[in-house]
Design a protein around this ligand. Structure first.
Ligand code: SAH
Length: 496
C-alpha cells in the first residue's frame, strides 16, 4: 500500500472517536495534544476518559453508535472492540468522504497513524503502510535513541530567530551554512547542557558576527561498489551536506537515495567505451558549481583513486584554486573479493595483489606480462570484460598455468551479484556462456578457487563442473604442514 504522508492541522477542529476503552483513550490523548475538539461516542468510558470528560476537555455521547455523530467532523477514529461497529463507522465515513482510522485495521482505514518521535516542534513519523507496524515501532525505538533531545528546543529557538536569520543571511546557501553551524555548533551544545539563556545569547551573538563569504568546495567521494552499507560515515555526511552531486553511472540508486533531498543530481556517467560526459565536461561542471559557492560532491563508484580519474580531477581543482577533500571508498576488488568469498591474499596461495585495468588493446600492450604471469599472486582486473580472450592468451604465453583458477564477479555486492568460476584456459568461453556484462571484476590466481567453499552472499558460484565435487575443486590445502611448522617456529622465536 502506498500512502501519502501528511501532517494534519487539527487545531479547534471537531474529531470523533468511537469507543471508550483504553485504546480510544490513547488516541484521544494524542488528538487533544494536537489541539483537536474531541467527541467520544461510547455507552461507557474508561477511567481516564471519564476524567477528561469531567474536566470539560472532551464531549461525550453516552449511547450506542449513531451515524449522526459524524456530522461536521474532520476525522474519525474507530477504536471499539466490535468489528461490526468499526465497519459501520468506516462505511459511514467513506460515504461522507471523511478520513477514518480503524485501529489495527489497515484495510478499513483511509488514514494511518504513524509511529511518532516527538522533538516538538520537530516530529518524525514512521509508517510501514500497514504492512509491518512492528518494524515501524522498532525503527522508532532505534531513532529515539540516536536523536538528541536538544533537537526540539533547538528547532524552537531557531523558529523564534527565523526572521532575523533570514535578514542576516539572505542567500539560501549562506543560510543553509548558518543553520548547519547552529545544528552542530556551540548553541546546540549549550542546549544539551540545559543552558537555554546562554544558548539564546550565543545565537544572537553569532548573528552579529561577520562571516566570510561562502566558498564553494568539492568533495571527491568513493561510493563503494553498490551496497549502501559499504558507504563510510564520512561519505554519508558529505551526501547529506551536498548542494550538487555529480555522480557516475556506476553509483547505485539506493546510494543516491541517501543524499540530501534537494541536492541537484547530475549524472556524468561513463562506461567502458562509452563516455556520456567528457572528462573536460566534468571538470567544467565542478568548477561552475564550486565557483557559485556550492558544495559539490563528486561521487564515484568504488574508490576515487582506483581507476577513477580522481587524481586528474584534484589536479584540475588545485589549478583553479578550489578547496577539495577526498573520502575514500571500498574499491571493487576489495568488495567483490569479500562478497565472493575470495581472500585477495592468503599465506599459502598469494603474497601479492595487483590491481590492473584491461579495457582496450592499448592498455593491454602497456602491461608488464612477465610480472603479471607470476605464480602465487592475485590479479584483480578492472574493466576487463571485453578483453578476456586477449588476457588469457597473453598470460598463458608468459607462463601462467592453464589451470589457474579465476572468479569473475558481476555486479559485486548488489542484489543481482553473480560469480562465475573456472580456470584460466576457459576464461573467455565461461564468461561468454554466462553472458557476463559490465560491471564485472576478474580475480585471477590461486585464491579464486576458494570461492566455491567460502561464498556466502547471493547465489552459489556458477561454472562449477557438476561432475567435480566441490571439495576437489577447492582442493588447495588451506594450511600446508610446512607453513604450520614455520608458524610454530616463529611463535617460538617470539616467545624466546
Ligand atoms: N573506482 C572504481 C573503479 C572504476 S572502473 C573502484 O574503485 O571500484 C569500473 C570497473 O570497476 C568496472 O568495469 C568493473 O571492473 C569494476 N567494478 C565497479 N563496481 C563493480 C561491481 N559492483 N561489481 C563488479 N565490478 C565492479
Amino acid at each position: 500500500m502506498s500512502l501519502f504522508p501528511l501532517f494534519a492541522d487539527l487545531q479547534q477542529r471537531p474529531v470523533l472517536v468511537v469507543g471508550g476503552g483504553m485504546v480510544a483513550e490513547r488516541k484521544v490523548e494524542a488528538l487533544l495534544k494536537a489541539g483537536a475538539q474531541v467527541t467520544v461516542g461510547a455507552p461507557e468510558l474508561a477511567a481516564g476518559l471519564v476524567r477528561l470528560r469531567d474536566a470539560g476537555r472532551i464531549t461525550h455521547h453516552a449511547e450506542p453508535y449513531r451515524e449522526a455523530w459524524l456530522d461536521g467532523v474532520w476525522l474519525v477514529v474507530a477504536a471499539t472492540s466490535d468489528v461490526v461497529v468499526n465497519r459501520l463507522v468506516a462505511a459511514a465515513a467513506a460515504a461522507r468522504r471523511i478520513f477514518v482510522n480503524v485501529v489495527d485495521d489497515a484495510q478499513l482505514s483511509s488514514f494511518h497513524v504513524p509511529a511518532v518521535i516527538d522533538r516538538a516542534p520537530l516530529t518524525i513519523a514512521i509508517s510501514s503502510g500497514g504492512a509491518a507496524p512492528m518494524f515501524a515501532r522498532l525503527l522508532r525505538e532505534r531513532l529515539e535513541a540516536t536523536l538528541d533531545h536538544a533537537l526540539g528546543p533547538l528547532a524552537a529557538l531557531a523558529a523564534r530567530f527565523r526572521k532575523r536569520i533570514r535578514a542576516r543571511h539572505a542567500a539560501p546557501a549562506a543560510r543553509r551554512a548558518f543553520y548547519e553551524r547552529l545544528f552542530n555548533g556551540p548553541v546546540a551544545d549549550l542546549l544539551r547542557r540545559q543552558q537555554p539563556l546562554q544558548a539564546e545569547a550565543a545565537l544572537a551573538a553569532s548573528l552579529r558576527e561577520t562571516v566570510a563569504p561562502v566558498r564553494g568546495s568539492v568533495v571527491l567521494v568513493g561510493a563503494g561498489p553498490g551496497d549502501p552499507g559499504l558507504l563510510t560515515l564520512k561519505a554519508l555526511r558529505a551526501l547529506n551536506e551536498a548542494d550538487v552531486i555529480l555522480h557516475d553511472r556506476l553509483v547505485s540508486c539506493e546510494i543516491l537515495e541517501l543524499a540530501r533531498r534537494d541536492a541537484i543530481r547530475i549524472e556524468v556517467g561513463k562506461e567502458a567505451g562509452r563516455h556520456h560526459t567528457t572528462q573536460d565536461g566534468i571538470h567544467a561542471l565542478m568548477l561552475e558549481h564550486a565557483r557559485a559557492g556550492q558544495r559539490v560532491v563528486r561521487l564515484k563508484g568504488g574508490d576515487p583513486f582506483v581507476f577513477g580519474r580522481g587524481g586528474e580531477e584534484l589536479e584540475f581543482l588545485r589549478d583553479h584554486d578550489i578547496a577539495f577533500e577526498v573520502v575514500p571508498g571500498i574499491t571493487a576488488a576489495v568488495a567483490c573479493a569479500a562478497y565472493a568469498g575470495v581472500p585477495l591474499t592468503h599465506r599459502d596461495h598469494a603474497q601479492s595483489l595487483r590491481l590492473v585495468t584491461a579495457h582496450c588493446q592499448s592498455s593491454l600492450d602497456t602491461l608488464d606480462w612477465v610480472a603479471l604471469a607470476q605464480e602465487r599472486q592475485t590479479l584483480a582486473v578492472y574493466m576487463g570484460v571485453g578483453e578476456l580472450a586477449a588476457l588469457r592468451d597473453r598470460l598463458l604465453e608468459h607462463g601462467r598455468a592453464a589451470g589457474t583458477p579465476f572468479a569473475l564477479i558481476e555486479n559485486g555486492s548488489r542484489a543481482q551479484q553473480r560469480v562465475i568460476v573456472g580456470t584460466l584456459a576457459q576464461l573467455p568461453e565461461q564468461a561468454h556462456r554466462h553472458a557476463v556484462r559490465s560491471p564485472a571484476l576478474l580475480i585471477l590466481g590461486e585464491v579464486a578457487a576458494l570461492a566455491t567453499r567460502l561464498h556466502w552472499f547471493g547465489a552459489a558460484p556458477l561454472g562449477v563442473d557438476p561432475h567435480t565435487p566441490c571439495d576437489a575443486l577447492a582442493s588447495l590445502p588451506l594450511r600446508t604442514q610446512a607453513a604450520a611448522d614455520e608458524d610454530l617456529g616463529r611463535m617460538r622465536c617470539r616467545a624466546a
